[in-house]
Design a protein around this ligand. Structure first.
Ligand code: FE2
Length: 382
């Protein structure tokens, strides 16, 4: 099985993908209702129908899907006899497409078995096409599902879910509103800086993280301010892809561990929860990763290369704080009208995400986690 995806990228890159569709008899396109109306997606659907006898379109993937949503989609599938799964959408759509690619094969494990830890052994041919630049789902072996009963999310993880093909097509992201471009862009930044500083980082993930951060620092604010700037939008798709590739070879840590319970408890969009946590978490991590922070700082377009590493590491954290503000994303839970009532729950739930907490490049106590969460309630700090 090929787990090194072939990436197709650029403006109009989807206009002729007939070479991908040869000898396919049955395709499943996973998307959502808004994405389905984009002209480039309509062109894609027309090509599928021209080359493949049976084409089913699932357009009911909700944001932040739960295990029950995926079970309902599975139950409603006209057939599981599929030899090509295509996902077109944000991270939620791509995660569901990845799951369907391993569930629509003979002798597939059940969804419940996957959630319990059973690993898939094969999948259909798959093509993933992101329409937001942030999750990097198209490059990760992860599918994240909400578990409403436990007010948290879990990751189903297997390299078998990595797709055969990825298409990075900037015109698919131009209708993304500014607040989504900002928050998803911050999610990509979190993937890159967390993977770069993780205990499990290595030269492969470091390379991905460095290339991704360079692209992101140069293009995020332009991409948000100028939705039709195809070069900036394409650079953000690459930054997001590299963030996903860094995750595939290393892993995120503190921001993501502390963000999951915020999503579960307050239903904050993933990128918004990460934006709120980025600077506070990186303030905590900085003393343990001074050299890595300095290397990341050097990639900023206006970096002062004469600074020493300690000063660069502080300047990077200051840049994160200012960036979240300039992008008009919330910097605390208080400004969203959320009080600190759930603090004990949040601390316990974040510490419970051991899969990520073990990647933090410093020892993290319950008090440390509590102190970071407390900064999100500025008027309640002791
Ligand atoms: Fe993320």
């Amino acid at each position: 099985m090929n787990i090194n995806s072939t990436v197709i990228s650029g403006y109009q890159a989807l206009n002729d993908i007939s070479y991908l569709l040869k000898e396919k008899a049955s395709a499943l396109l996973v998307t959502d209702k808004n994405i389905e109306t984009i002209p480039a997606v309509q062109t894609l659907i027309a090509q599928l129908k021209q080359h493949i006898a049976s084409v089913s379109v699932i357009n009911s993937v909700p944001p932040e899907p739960s295990q029950h949503d995926v079970a309902a989609i599975l139950a409603a599938l006209p057939t599981r006899d599929v030899d090509l799964v295509i996902g077109v959408g944000g991270g939620s759509v791509l995660d569901v497409a990845k799951l369907l690619s391993v569930l629509c094969v003979d002798h597939a494990p059940s969804l419940e078995a996957l959630l319990a830890g059973e690993k898939p052994v094969t999948r259909t041919t798959s093509l993933l096409i992101p329409t937001t630049a942030g999750t990097g789902s198209e490059a990760t072996p992860n599918a994240i599902l909400a578990i409403p009963e436990r007010e948290t999310k879990v990751g189903i993880i297997s390299p078998v879910m990595l797709p055969d093909f990825v298409a990075l097509v900037p015109e698919l992201t131009t209708s993304m509103p500014a607040h989504i471009a900002s928050s998803t862009g911050i999610d990509a930044l979190c993937h890159l800086i967390e993977c770069f500083t993780a205990t499990v980082s290595n030269p492969v993930s470091d390379n991905y993280a460095l290339i991704g951060m360079k692209k992101l620092f140069a293009s995020l604010e332009t991409a948000v301010a100028e939705p039709h700037n195809l070069q900036a939008r394409l650079d953000m798709l690459w930054a997001s892809y590299y963030g996903g590739a860094a995750i595939a070879h290393a892993g995120t840590h503190l921001v993501h561990a502390m963000s999951y319970p915020l999503g579960g408890k307050y239903h904050l969009p993933h990128g918004v929860a990460n934006a709120i946590l980025l600077a506070p978490c990186m303030t905590f991590v900085r003393p343990s990763a001074v050299s890595k922070f300095a290397q990341a700082y050097d990639l900023l377009p206006d970096a002062d290369l004469a600074l020493d590493d300690e000063a660069k590491s502080h300047a990077l954290v200051a840049y994160f704080t200012a960036l979240v503000k300039r992008l008009r994303l919330p910097a605390s839970l208080e400004e969203l009208g959320i009080g600190p009532d759930h603090l004990p729950y949040l601390v316990e739930a974040a510490l419970d995400v051991q899969r990520l907490m073990k990647n933090v490049p410093a020892a993290v106590s319950a008090n440390d986690v509590r102190d970071v969460y407390l900064t999100l309630f500025p008027s309640h700090q002791e």
